[in-house]
Design a binder for this molecule. Sequence first.
Ligand code: DQQ
Length: 576
Amino acid sequence: MGIHNKVFSTCVFLVWFCFCLPGIIWVAEASHVVYQELKSVSPSIVGSQYRTGYHFQPPKNWINDPNGPMYHNGIYHLFYQYNTNGSVWGNIVWAHSVSSDLINWIPLEPAIYPSKKFDINGTWSGSATLLPGNKPVIFYTGIDPQGRQVQNLAFPKDLADPYLREWTKPDYNPVIQPDASIEPSKFRDPTTAWFGLDGHWRVVIGSRRKMRGMAVLYRSRDFVKWVKAQHPLHSSKDTGMWECPDFFPVSLKGKKGLDTSVSGPGVKHVLKVSLDMTRYEYYTVGTYYHMIDRYIPDNSSADDHTGLRYDYGNFYASKTFFDEAKQRRILWGWSNESDTVKDDIKKGWAGIQTIPRALWLDPSGKQLVQWPVEELETLRGKQVNLYDKELKSGDIYEVKGISSAQASLYLIFEISGLDKAEPFEEFWSDPQVLCGQKGAAVEGGVGPFGLLVLASGDREEQTAVLFRVFKAPNKHVVLMCHDPSKSSLRPGMYKPSFAGFVDVDINKTKKISLRSLIDHSVLESFGAEGKTCITSRVYPSKAIGQDAHLFVFNNGSEDVRITQLSAWEMTSPRMN
Ligand code: DQQ
């Protein structure tokens, strides 16, 4: 694959666009940190206690963004940004895996890698589109010899190969180049294309002008010749570079997903962008005016870094696709490591993909709801249940009977009363800050109650998932929080709290559900049936394997009751 050439030309590119610290080069374009001497280092040990059992990861090396997910002739394809040579970002190709169930994955050879002038310095993120006749095409960003970000196409070499192993890049690439109004280093990550009523395809590309983030729109009749529209599909000031935009329709009613080209009555649209500035993602729900090719977010959807998030934790560069087989839209997201680079080199791997989630519009029309794909349930093994368990103020109770380092949980908490809810301060606009101040150990009125996972028997190590209910002047506010402040006794670990508010009328329901997926170094939680989701990476030193314990707790003065708790050990699928 001409690795040496590639490394050399990447260096040339980096010298042009980077500023350096000893041993570290920050790449402004993709804000992945480049450790120049480390990006081609072989690991000393492959595997560790932190490898996941049922999350998507390759056997070794660095991974980042999910690319071009699609369903084609009975097979799910997942491509992803992959370093062929080391466990930090660099030497990026489109690695490729296939599956018939989204759970068991077969690895294939990289599908797209630098080989032509138009991508010699990099094959970065992009999407797949199914053309008429069920013919897949990939749109991806190539880095050309001048370090410009250009958009290229790739087609399957042999449509009769069920796995679509080999991809051909036509010589007419690049099909889109940055014009004079676009900064060539800020122009990347094409979306899945959609087909308009006027017979033209459309695609958007992430960019920014000054600090205004934008989704630059292009149209094409034949998918080869693309013309820039006069206006971006959408833009928003002070949001910086928009990476990995995603634009798709959602049905106003029900959970069914829609093909990306569907529009008209009964449909709203979602625009998601990954903000390079914050390294978090935000989405809005709004209306796509296809006659003028503009997307306008609803008033209820903030259009900046205070907006809605798919996931309030470690989750970035996500992408959805329409699964025609089960008529659903599925979301993939990248969860980066939060240990040290030194650890990643030792482990020989870094990065996982979160469990694929079906997503749909909440009946309120104001937000999306997500739920792990139903196929995940096939991995459920030994199960324990608990019914009607009272958790009085200060109670902690161990859930025994399963090995909980690789597990899945579903439980419902019932709240007896809300009188003791703490007052909600108006300045608490950022749930993450609030969660940092009021973690699991800080006693409250209604909550904190929840789970302690990946905990040592003495609970010296623990990662908490908790709810806390506050009383605002006209309503109750529910905070859902991951508190990993005690997740590891290892010194120098990065242990950020993550949190989101949960839009439920707790006064009416008096109940809240929680689903948590635990997998050695990752915790994915879904509050209130998927209204608020949080992913964290944690690295315990004692609570490993059989020594990982699971507890439920209530640290609020109001009693709560667990009406139902089901916990399953999770078996391991074939994972690459
Ligand atoms: N990662 C890719 C870019 C994208 C960024 C490079 C987001 O295409 O903007 O690996 O994580």
